[in-house]
Design a protein around this ligand. Structure first.
Ligand code: C2E
Ligand code: MG
Ligand code: MG
Ligand code: MG
Length: 282
């Protein structure tokens, strides 16, 4: 596998991955101003398909490029926005920026999907699915090129409207991913009520599966369950080649993690895509 990655030269662009600045507590007013002046942008982390060894998609992760304090991690602003009424504004802004980039990449011949994280609080409002759909179709992107990631816990809060929103997104053709699978407390019955298309195994299991039998069993079970239910399996937080090899043996579909590529800004991601996505026309 190190040969494959060397061929893709993805890991060498990992050194371009920006480091977070010192974190600070921000007020909602400061964050909303940053959002309005487009200081909050998506960085992209590649998803590698283990059967073709190509980049088949990317997760868009929110980053705040603070003009004086430097790069801020999502946990310094997303929890603040989640308490108020602006989390949807962040989601829409991030999705808009991500699909605009995706549109350029598709035009360049890169067949790839984009994944965007949703917040639990957004799932109460039944117009949410419509608004997401509008942003994606306005950008000229087919809905099946976009995946929404929802944590297991998020999907389960205030169940009825959440289920309705997720069902609508699915009906419109979007992919739906259970993020951080294994860390929440959803019952199989609840999960079965939503037609998820992807299961994303939490990093905590992936990073301990080589030492802990329990973790390995959970990873193996998750991959098998996904397969049986017709869902794609994705492992997050893959940091070592041995982990990737084991995931391949276990039949995992896609991997994401620092071993393959760190989340990087749009320019660095384009370089990775040019190297790691063989569908390119260029
Ligand atoms: P997540 O969706 O589970 O995203 C994966 C997180 O793991 C990202 O952290 C990513 O940088 C990190 N990661 C990826 N590979 C590795 C690895 O190999 N090792 C390690 N140690 N970490 C890895 P990030 O970007 O700080 O995001 C943290 C969480 O913040 C995300 O977890 C997601 O729940 C949330 N988030 C990020 N962007 C958005 C957004 O636009 N909207 C919402 N609602 N939530 C977001
Ligand atoms: Mg995610
Ligand atoms: Mg995750
Ligand atoms: Mg996680």
């Amino acid at each position: 596998i190190s040969k494959i990655l060397k061929e893709l030269s993805l890991t060498e662009t990992n050194s371009d991955a920006p480091r977070y600045a010192q974190q600070k507590a921000f007020t909602e007013t400061e964050i909303v101003a940053a959002l309005e002046s487009h200081q909050i942008q998506p960085h992209f982390q590649a998803k590698l398909d283990l059967s073709s060894n190509t980049i088949v998609g990317a997760e868009a992760l929110a980053r705040w490029l603070h003009p004086t304090l430097g790069l801020q991690a999502p946990f310094s602003f997303i929890p603040v926005l989640e308490q108020g009424q602006y989390i949807d504004a962040l989601t829409f802004s991030l999705l808009r920026q991500a699909v605009a980039k995706q549109q350029e990449w598709l035009e360049q011949g890169h067949k790839m999907s984009i994944a965007v994280n949703l917040s639990p609080n957004s799932l109460h409002d039944l117009s949410f699915a419509d608004r997401l759909t509008e942003i994606v179709t306005d950008a000229g992107i087919a809905t099946d090129n976009v995946v929404f990631e929802v944590t297991e816990t998020a999907a389960m809060q205030d169940l009825a409207p959440a289920l309705e929103n997720l069902a609508r997104l699915r009906l419109r053709g979007f992919g739906l991913s259970i993020d951080d699978f294994g860390t929440g407390f959803a019952s199989m019955e609840q999960l079965g009520r939503i037609a998820f298309t992807e299961l994303k195994i939490d990093r905590s299991f992936v990073s301990t599966m080589l030492e802990k039998n329990e973790s390995r069993a959970i990873v193996e079970f998750s991959i098998n369950m996904a397969q049986k239910l017709g869902m794609r399996s994705v492992a997050e937080g893959v940091e070592h080649g041995e982990e990737l090899e084991l995931l391949r043996e276990l039949g995992c579909d896609h991997v994401q993690g620092y071993f393959v590529a760190k989340p990087v800004d749009v320019n660095a991601f384009m370089t990775q895509l040019a190297r790691g996505n063989r569908c390119t026309a260029a």
